[in-house]
Design a protein. Sequence first.
Length: 690
Amino acid sequence: MPPETPLKGECAIPHESSKFVRAACPHDCPDTCAMRVTVEGGRAVKVQGDPEHPPTHGALCRKVSCYPERTYHPERVLHPLKRIGPKGSGHFVQVGWDEALRDIADRLQAIAARDPEAIVPYSYAGTMGLVQGESIAARFFHALGASRLDRTICASAGSEALAATYGGKVGMHLEHFAESRLIVIWGSNSIASNLHFWSFAQQAKRNGARLVCIDPRRTETADKCHQHLQVLPGTDGALALGLMHELIAQDRLDHDYIERYTDGWPALREKALAWTPERTAQVCGITADEVRQLAHDYATLAPAAIRLNYGMQRVKGGGNAVRLIAVLPCLVGAWRHRAGGLLLSSSGWFPVDKAALQRPDLLGARNPRTVNMSTIGADLLREAAPEFGPKIEALVVYNSNPVAVAPQSPQVVQGFRREDLFTVVLEHFMTDTADVADYVLPATTQLEHLDVHASYGHTYALINEPAVAPLGEAKPNTQVFRELAARMRLEDPCLQESDETVAAQAFGSHIALDELRARGWMKLALPDAPFADGGFPTPSGRCIIASAAVEAPDFVPNHESRATSPALAARYPLAMISPPARNFLNSSFVNVRSLRDIEGEPLLEIHPQDAVPRGIEDGGTVRVFNDRGEYWCIARVSERARPGVVNGLGIWWRKLGQRGTNVNELTHQRLTDIGRGPCFYDVLVEVQAG
């Protein structure tokens, strides 16, 4: 089966008495697929894509097509567990919910009596659901007065940059890419991580469109495009400036669109004029002709569309790079067409009522500190200080696996293993984070609870109905926080609202829960070409390139590179990126045997030019290292890596990797220029044969 073909995977053949339940994929993926779950005798036996849902069109990725394998996994946590051995020993004993909740409530209440900011929630996108994500949980922590969490670990640089430019996380409709004549896939391995967009791109390709991939790695997507620009990590902003230079030099600008619908172009124009194709090529590691060709195609093949993804913003200059790329559709008037423009995220289109869901008003006059989830390793090791606040005494982790996914994991592990840190983890499995918890509480999967979903890759709201009863003693996140709130005498009635009540609040009056239930999904009422006549959701209605408050974007080089840190590069001469392994989703699905069997082992892709002088052979064990740590894995000598860059495919659970490590042993906790995000792809390393 060719890789661009979405899988119709089936886990079982349905019985004649089967019932079907409408569902939605909960994972951190732009596709947010509508699903149909087949249930027989109270057991989910099959998960399929909804053929009536235009983005999903009946197909699911390999990971989700056999979702029952995850729900009924033999290693599923189905009862509350209490640690009885040293942190990290893996020694737990099963306890009842009453004992677990009583002890947790007592411990948290004692800490809150001293200083509630010593309690920190830690969560992200283990589910993207608006109910099981941040609703009752957020209310609980607001009522408590706990520290707030800056949820930065994936997309904050790009998200804030896009909002600064367009006024929100908004963009094209997914389906309209099928009508584009040029599609630039920028920083995305769409075949692996945005499969349904790829199907629309393939429609466009069959109709004569040109596909261009921009990525430091020669991905499976790059293989299927007409052209691949294999830029150096962190140089995307320079490429955008080089394209602007050529658009100016060849007078291929849509002057009318710029004049009527943008603010601040003259300031950026002056910067772009300095980025000749030759200078751009030198910085990006490509040729000047490639810069000229892409600029020509972008200006002449209308409608031209950019599918930008978040990989390219995980570097120091990631925010500025997104701002620069977001300006490009305005310069050529691509937004005039419904099949032109840009899509990074569509989540800003959804009328999500976050205030109703999360109830920040419960804080009252309190203003707790904010802890950045991307620096949790360093923060767990800090003592109390005026500039930081109290020492972190308790963590409540849900919808995340920080010991595996947070940067610079040696510090993260050290922090989580503090014997004086009280840690509660809501989970499906004994992840790396669960291993160092004091309590592990069994959470329901998507097949076992109610939720509603927005999307950041299309413009359809979805509902997820519970298909089966919770297995064992598993509880939805919402129920755990309701019960903790009751035991801690947090008495606001909103803390006891049902999942159904919360789901009805998610979209306010814009989308009624009953209407959503009737079909399973609803398309937002939006114009086909949302910015054909301006109308950006900025105060002026114009794209903000620069203003009195915001300078024009510019190229910002990496924290770690030959140019910015030559002494470090002399010791660690290889740049490293850590794109996701195709069969995992962040650290989810790593323990699903069928998927891990396909993925094999943790891999480092290295180009032959870098492998040969180091005596590294394909399939051999290598040690990848820098000042922060070392990571052992299998080498894949391959031209998927470009010379001077290695690709550490992630994110494996540490305990399933060689010597109990994963690629985050090597990443750092320095942050992006905009959005306070992590710089996972801004790393220098050296590699030795093992």
